[in-house]
Design a protein around this ligand. Structure first.
Ligand code: NAD
Length: 497
């Protein structure tokens, strides 16, 4: 049987790669190869940019009403095809279908937001700013913009980007993760069915060669990136060096601070859901629980009690709640943190290296590590797997210091029944997205998503109002219609009167 081949989506159709380079796409649940994906060369990327550039001329002329119509139809088509898209995501990513449906629902919110583009692009108008002079502001698209996305949300993160980008009148080149590239292709087909003109949305697959070609291409005006911190930093530095607008979202180490007055059972439910959902492969996953004072013992016991009930298995098993990790290498790396934690003096409460589903899938069961300290590798590193650490601390202040000293500042959560403490935490913490009794505080689409510190490079958060700003540039028009008879030469700097 020949291996399935995944090619590019350019100019509204599938385009086979010509570089001769490709990558392997795995089925993480079986450990078998699922497909190959073409990797673009510099020349192929350049061709795609040329097509997107040509499409821009017509797309930016398209009325807001017509653009909104296409987005409404896209919304309906993604909605009608949720199950199929979720199945595609599950097959290559490994997450269970219910989880994939969740990512599609949250991604779809961004398409719904973009349907409001006529309202979102309203400018300001000041009548009679000076005598007989009106001033108004407009926002115009940038041109060809690119999105480079991570493996962990192959449907949602592209939707964070392209919906607003094309609504604003740009044309878009998506370079999805080479590990699960099929969701992007299906989205391309749905956009074409929705009536998006060819060339407005393109998918170019690849590795560093394609990414570097995007960063260096003079025809690309802006780059949105989501992925790990070292690559985010590289994308930001290289993209801005090439005079592009860049927003580059990086990794995370999200703390959940549990105060002694919190409801133990509710905090345990939240820690388990946010720590092990999607096998911990979420940038908003809770990675470490900071247990303050006496709550530590009952909280660890309550989390531990929940873990054997989590059904680990392939997405094809309708009862499975947690799937495999993305690759064998990543699974082995994550498992390595459990052994390292034991050697460094932590207590392994539940060891996820045991009791794995049969076969060669990249599975790791939930692991719980107690007595974590700040010098251990399971604390200093972003693990990105189903490994939850518990650190026992004495006070709110000690927890706040850990959070604020951390290199990352993506998400955090506080669990308490004390409104004053929660209010203080929201004020004090140096983190971009904060949950109060909410463990995964991903903002709704009409706010913007982004972390602080090493979790985001650039000054623009993603989607929502900041997304609209990112994908447009401002223009201010000063206008007057005087009687020519009043015209005269005046070399003084114009003042308002
Ligand atoms: P990654 O950084 O390895 O890859 C992201 C993208 O960059 C992919 O498209 C990949 O092809 C490309 N890439 C990888 N190496 C490159 C290189 N050397 N040069 C140029 N391009 C390169 O990230 P990942 O493993 O796909 O995703 C997981 C990471 O993403 C985690 O660190 C996670 O926290 C982060 N993430 C962050 C957010 C956020 O919103 N902050 C959201 C999701 C994921």
């Amino acid at each position: 049987m020949s291996t399935k081949r995944i090619s590019h989506w350019i100019d509204g159709k599938v385009v086979e790669g010509t570089s001769g380079r490709s990558g392997t796409v795995w089925n993480p649940a079986t450990g078998e190869q699922a497909a190959t994906v073409d990797f673009a060369s510099v020349e192929e990327l350049d061709k795609a940019v040329g097509i997107a550039r040509a499409a821009f001329a017509g797309w930016r002329q398209t009325s807001l009403t017509k653009r909104a119509e296409v987005l409404f139809r896209t919304r309906e088509l993604i909605d009608a095809n949720r199950k199929e898209l979720a199945t595609i995501v599950a097959a290559e990513h490994g997450k269970v279908v219910s989880d994939a449906l969740g990512e599609i629902a949250r991604g779809l919110e961004n398409v719904e937001f973009a349907c409001g583009i006529p309202h979102l692009l309203k400018g300001g108008f000041s009548e009679q700013a000076s005598s007989g002079v009106d001033v108004y502001s407009i926002r115009q698209p940038l041109g060809v913009v690119a999105g480079i996305t991570p493996f962990n949300f192959p449907a949602m993160v592209p939707m964070w980007m392209f919906a607003n980008a094309i609504a604003c009148g740009n044309t878009f080149i998506l370079k999805p993760s080479e590990k699960d590239p099929s969701a992007a292709m299906f989205i391309g087909e749905l956009l074409a069915q929705a009536g998006l003109p060819p060339g407005v949305f393109n998918v170019v697959h690849g590795d560093k060669v394609a990414v570097d070609a995007i960063l260096e291409h003079k025809g690309i005006a802006a780059v949105s990136f989501v992925g790990s911190t070292p690559i985010a930093r590289y994308i930001y530095e290289t993209g801005t060096k090439n005079a592009k607008r860049v927003q580059a979202l990086g990794g995370a180490k999200n703390h959940m601070l549990v105060l002694p007055d919190a409801d133990v059972e509710m905090a345990a439910d939240a820690a388990v859901s946010a720590g092990y959902g999607s096998a911990g492969e979420r940038c908003m996953a809770i990675s470490v629980v900071l247990a303050v004072g006496d709550i530590a013992d009952p909280l660890v016991a309550a989390i531990k009690a929940r873990l054997p009930k989590i059904k680990v298995g392939p997405a094809s098993d309708p009862d499975a709640e947690m799937g495999p990790l993305i690759t064998r290498e990543h699974r082995d790396k994550v498992a390595g943190y459990i052994g390292a934690a034991a050697e460094q003096g932590a207590t392994i409460v539940t060891d996820g290296r045991n009791d794995l589903p049969p076969g060669d899938g990249f599975f790791l069961a939930p692991s719980l590590i107690d007595d974590v300290t700040a010098d251990m590798s399971c604390y200093t590193d972003e693990i990105f797997g189903p490994v939850l650490g518990v650190m026992r601390i004495d006070s709110y202040e000690a927890g706040l210091k850990l959070i604020n000293d951390n290199q990352y500042g993506n998400g955090t959560a506080i669990f308490t029944r004390d409104g004053g403490a929660a209010r203080q935490f929201q004020f004090d913490c140096e983190v971009g997205m904060v949950g109060i009794n909410v463990p995964v505080p991903v903002p709704v689409s009409y706010y913007s998503f982004g972390g602080w510190k090493d979790s985001l490079f650039g000054d623009s958060h993603m989607y929502g109002p900041e997304g609209i700003n990112f994908y447009t540039r401002g223009k201010v028009v000063t206008s007057r219609w005087p009687d020519p008879a009043t015209s005269k030469v005046d070399l003084g700097f114009p003042t308002n009167h």
